[in-house]
Design a protein around this ligand. Structure first.
Ligand code: PAF
Length: 279
């Protein structure tokens, strides 16, 4: 039997209440569809910590700016459902836009501080949209645990902050980034790359690696970042939003002794790729 897809909070709650009533621990994997192995890693990790796994599929309009790729974002619900089920997912929640944002919708969740850095500068609408939809999903599904990819490292920190600040009773687990054999982080947006751009794309991961290696060799952060930015442009990236060493949790500029995360966002043609790594 094909995996069940529910589309309303009421239907979702009815199914989950039955599972919860039977004492089962529930994991939520929030996604925007276009499922790849990175998402499936989240489902597989969920199965280690929960009895039932729900994946949500919702291309959230409030986290896209007008000039971004909302209308062209890849959508294939039937294909997504097949691979999610094969990975061990038990239920898909795929509400439509009117269900999530009914007419008159007027509430936004804003996390301050870390959302003003990095992605927050280049995509100022983004974290308000993510925090609002993730909070709604947490309230609708009331999961025991939710899993997010480390690929969106800043998003993971924002979600941790909102769960802490709002005392939401669930655990957040971050799952390491899945990479192609040449180092490129898996992303639904990789589908936009031409063959030529795809060949250049691993340079972003190499640039992150260069910064980590330079910091290990006590090169000053600014010098390490500048050299890596130049190398990334030389490799064929068109422009760089940021390529920088940060405190892993606050995302403020890194100082010696801080936990390290190196993060980058850069364009290959019209496609914006992001990536990050720890020390
Ligand atoms: O990472 C994503 O795919 C999205 O930002 C999320 C967390 C599903 C919210 O729409």
């Amino acid at each position: 039997m094909a995996i069940e897809i529910v589309r309303t909070p009421g239907h979702l709650r009815a199914t989950l209440n039955a599972w919860r009533g039977a004492g089962q621990r529930i994991a939520l994997v929030p996604t925007m569809g276009a499922i790849h192995q990175g998402h499936l890693d989240l489902v597989i990790a969920s199965r280690l910590t929960a009895d039932k796994v729900i994946a949500s599929i919702f291309v959230n309009p409030t986290q896209f700016a007008a000039h971004e790729d909302l209308s062209s974002y890849p959508r294939d619900e039937a294909g997504d459902a097949r691979v999610l089920e094969a990975a061990g997912c038990n239920l898909i929640y795929a509400p439509n836009v009117e269900t999530m944002y009914p007419s008159g919708f007027a509430t936004t969740i804003q996390v301050s501080g870390i959302t003003q850095e990095l992605e927050g500068i280049f995509r100022p609408h983004f974290f308000g949209g993510v925090a609002t939809i993730v909070t709604k999903l947490f309230i609708q599904a009331a999961p025991d645990v939710a899993l997010f990819g480390e690929k969106d490292w800043q998003q993971l920190q924002v979600v941790r902050a909102l769960v802490r600040d709002l005392d939401l009773p669930l655990e957040i687990i971050g799952v390491p980034t899945r990479r192609e054999s040449d180092g490129l982080a898996l992303s639904s947006r990789n589908a936009y790359l031409s063959a030529e751009q795809r060949a250049v794309a691993p340079a972003l991961k190499h640039a992150l690696d260069h910064i980590c290696a330079a910091l290990e060799n006590k090169v000053p952060a600014l010098e390490a970042e500048t050299a890596a930015q130049q190398a990334l442009l030389k490799a064929g990236f068109g422009s760089i939003d940021y390529l920088t060493a940060r405190h892993a949790e606050t995302l403020m500029p890194w100082k010696s002794g801080d936990p390290l995360r190196v993060l980058g966002a850069a364009f290959l043609g019209k496609t914006r790729l992001i990536d990050n790594r720890g020390a």
